[in-house]
Each structure stands twice: as structure tokens, then as C-alpha cells.
Design a protein around this ligand. Structure first.
Ligand code: ADP
Length: 375
């Protein structure tokens, strides 16, 4: 017996009236992303941000209407509160090219979030070279190993490292509307390094940075994701501050080495996120101690415990420590991150422990990603 088809679903949806426009929800352009697979249906009900919370009954009505189509096994209707602008009907008006004429203010706001992405977390550091990107990649992989759908956005446009860390050399494809993230080890990844020649020096001015980054959030087919990990540019300058203000972050983790200097920088990072009201999920101490591969003795090359002490002092959680290990450097530099390629190693274990804490913190302390209802 032939199952239900998309036309029947659209017809069912046309019987649902959008109270704001008086039209049916299909004509009002509120339905997008309709997919029908093995008699399971999913779609998005997109409403302007201001109507977000009040639109739950509308979402339910859409779901019930489709549920009534004979042969349908399940319906998932997701409510997304769309940014305020003239929302084009599905498939129109969203295919602007990378690189010019883009209004950096329009696409994402802290209020609307990125549709289909549950939580966005930033991995930040007060300065470069502390292993932020290495931690970001392995943390993302560990969160994925815990059963989450995870994306990795390399926002370090000055020195993108995700192409190297995941050994990605191809260019992302586009479907005419959105760029497809490149998948590696189960992660969806996007980096400015995939789009531009890595040997070409680039000069980025502030607005260009934001424009590139908002495009990497909104013009990339991320959804559906549980967690999007953003590898932030190192430091606490203007670009970082704007990012922290503009990207709808559910929380941030700060990577630091035990050295005093790095810790001073970590404090700046912490202050920056607090200023922008982004919850800091905690501090991670990277390269915390060196365990001699031959004799097994622990050496505290950069000192030890500084991040834990700073975290306590600053009333911020200490999320854990990652030892300085040649295997981490070698696998990172070879594009074979240790969590993916040696999942049973003690190093991978350290990242998994970290990921569990981050996931738990996200559940409890971070504000929920706004106005997206999934049932
Ligand atoms: P950042 O993003 O902070 O600039 P990277 O992640 O690029 O830093 O790391 C800098 C260097 O340190 C890289 O060569 C990386 O492989 C190495 N590295 C990072 N963390 C560790 C670690 N825990 N043990 C050994 N090497 C590490």
C-alpha cells in the first residue's frame, strides 16, 4: 500500500489558520523543511521572533493536522522564532553569496538562536597557543561520543586550525541555499579555512569578521544539532567581544595552561563573557602535567593546579585537566584527533570526562537555547 505523500500533508496543513495573517499556515509561508521519510514527517513552523512563545498552540495545531493524515506514523513539528525581517517563503531569498553585501546585524541574534541547533558553546582562551583548538576538536568529538549530534565551527578566522586538526582539504558544497558542513568522525565542521586559500594572508576588519561569522552560523546547513562547538579566536579583543555578544551562546568554556600568564589572560576571558552575560561553564587546564611515556612519572612543567585555584577564586567551575602528552600533539597535527582515533586511550578518557561535565553544566546552568520547541 502506498503511504501518504507530501501533497496530502500540505493539504492537511492548509487547514490550519495562522491567526496573525488570517491565511493558512502554508500560504503565510510559515512552514519549511518539510520532510517525509518512511511515513514519519518533520517540518518547521517559523514565526517572527515577537510571536515565538505565543505560537506553541499553532505548532500543536499543525502537528495535529498532519497526525490526522491516514498512514502517518509520527509528526515532529519544530517551532522556530524567526528573526524579524520579511520572511521569504521557503526556498527564496536566502542564497546570498559569501563575501559581500551582507548585513551582519540581521541574521542571528541572541534571542532567536540558530534554528535547529539546541545549544551553542564557545571554547575560548585569553591568548593563543594554549591548545584551545585541540581542546575544541576533542571536546566536540567527546560530546559526540556521548550521543550528541555535534558541529564544530572554527571561528578563528585569523588562524583557522580546523582544516589541519581534521585534515580537511576539500571545499564545502552548496545546495544553492546553504553550505554543507564537511563531516569527519561524525562531526559537522565548518571553517573559513575551507573557503579561502590558507596561504593567502587576509586582513579582516571588524565588520567583516562578524559578517563572515554570522554567515557561518546562518548559511551553513547545521541543523539538526544538539551542540555546536565554536572554536573562538584567541584573546579578548573587539572581535571576540562582538562574537560573544552576537552569537547566541548557551555557555563558554575557557582553556588555559597552568602558567601564570595564561591564567591572567584566562581571567580576562572570564570577565569578557561575564560582561556579555554568557554563562561561563568553567575553566579547563590544558597541558597541566607531563606524564613521562617511559617511566610514568608526573612532571609539572608549567606548574600545576593554577587553573583550579583561579577557578575557585573567581567562583567559576574547574572542569578538568588535560595532560601534556606527545600523543595529543601528534594526533592533532596529523588530523587524527585522539578522541576519534584512540577512543580507549587515557587521553581520550580525559576528554570524555570533560565532555560529561560540560554536558551536565549545559543542562543545569546554561540558559536554554531560546524559543525552539521540540517534542
Ligand atoms: P591554540 O588553538 O590555543 O592556538 P592549538 O590547539 O593549536 O592551540 O595547540 C598548539 C599546539 O599545542 C599544537 O601543536 C597542539 O598539537 C599542541 N597541544 C595542544 N594541547 C596539547 C596537549 N594537551 N598535549 C600536547 N600537545 C598539545
Amino acid at each position: 500500500m502506498a503511504g501518504p505523500n507530501e501533497d496530502q500533508i500540505t493539504q492537511a496543513l492548509k487547514r490550519v489558520r495562522d491567526p496573525a495573517s488570517g491565511q493558512n499556515v502554508v500560504e503565510a509561508g510559515l512552514i519549511s523543511g518539510l520532510t517525509l521519510r518512511n511515513n514519519h514527517v518533520s517540518f518547521t513552523v517559523e514565526v517572527p521572533a515577537a510571536r515565538g512563545p505565543a505560537s506553541e498552540p499553532l505548532r500543536k495545531a499543525c502537528e495535529e493536522a498532519v497526525n490526522g493524515v491516514p498512514g502517518i506514523l509520527s509528526v515532529t513539528a519544530v517551532l522556530t522564532a524567526h528573526r524579524e525581517r520579511n520572511t521569504p517563503p521557503q526556498g527564496q531569498g536566502h542564497g546570498h553569496k559569501h563575501g559581500h553585501g551582507h548585513d551582519a546585524n540581521a541574521p542571528v541574534t541572541r534571542e532567536t538562536g540558530v534554528p535547529g541547533v539546541r545549544s551553542i558553546i564557545a571554547v575560548a582562551s585569553g591568548k593563543g597557543g594554549v591548545g584551545k583548538s585541540t581542546v575544541a576538536v576533542n571536546l566536540a568529538l567527546a560530546l559526540s561520543a556521548l550521543g550528541n549530534k555535534v558541529g564544530l565551527l572554527d571561528a578563528d578566522i585569523y588562524g583557522p586550525s580546523v582544516p589541519r586538526l581534521l585534515d580537511i582539504r576539500e571545499k564545502p558544497e552548496t545546495d544553492g541555499k546553504k553550505l554543507k558542513p564537511i563531516e569527519r568522525f561524525g562531526l559537522k565542521a565548518m571553517s573559513i579555512g575551507f573557503l579561502v586559500d590558507q596561504d593567502t594572508p587576509m586582513i579582516w576588519r571588524g565588520p567583516m569578521v562578524m559578517s563572515a561569522l554570522t554567515q557561518m552560523l546562518t548559511d551553513v546547513a547545521w541543523a539538526p544539532l544538539d551542540i555546536l562547538v565554536v572554536d573562538m579566536p584567541p584573546g579578548t579583543g573587539d572581535a571576540q567581544l562582538t562574537l560573544a555578544q552576537r552569537v547566541p551562546l548557551a555557555g563558554a568554556v575557557i582553556v588555559s595552561t597552568p602558567q601564570d600568564l595564561a591564567l591572567i589572560d584566562a581571567r580576562k576571558g572570564l570577565a569578557m563573557f561575564r560582561k556579555t552575560e554568557v554563562p561561563v561553564l568553567g575553566i579547563i587546564e590544558n597541558m597541566s602535567l607531563f606524564i613521562c611515556p617511559t617511566c610514568g612519572t608526573e612532571h609539572h612543567i608549567f606548574g600545576h593546579g593554577g587553573a583550579r585555584a583561579t577557578a575557585a577564586e573567581l567562583d567559576c567551575e574547574f572542569l578538568g585537566e588535560i595532560p601534556l602528552l606527545p600523543a595529543i600533539r601528534e594526533t592533532s597535527d596529523a588530523g587524527m584527533p585522539i578522541v576519534a582515533t584512540r577512543p580507549h586511550s587515557p587521553e581520550a578518557h580525559a576528554f570524555l570526562t570533560l565532555a560529561k561535565r560540560v554536558a551536565a553544566k549545559l543542562e543545569t546552568s546554561a540558559r536554554p537555547a531560546p524559543k525552539i520547541v521540540i517534542e
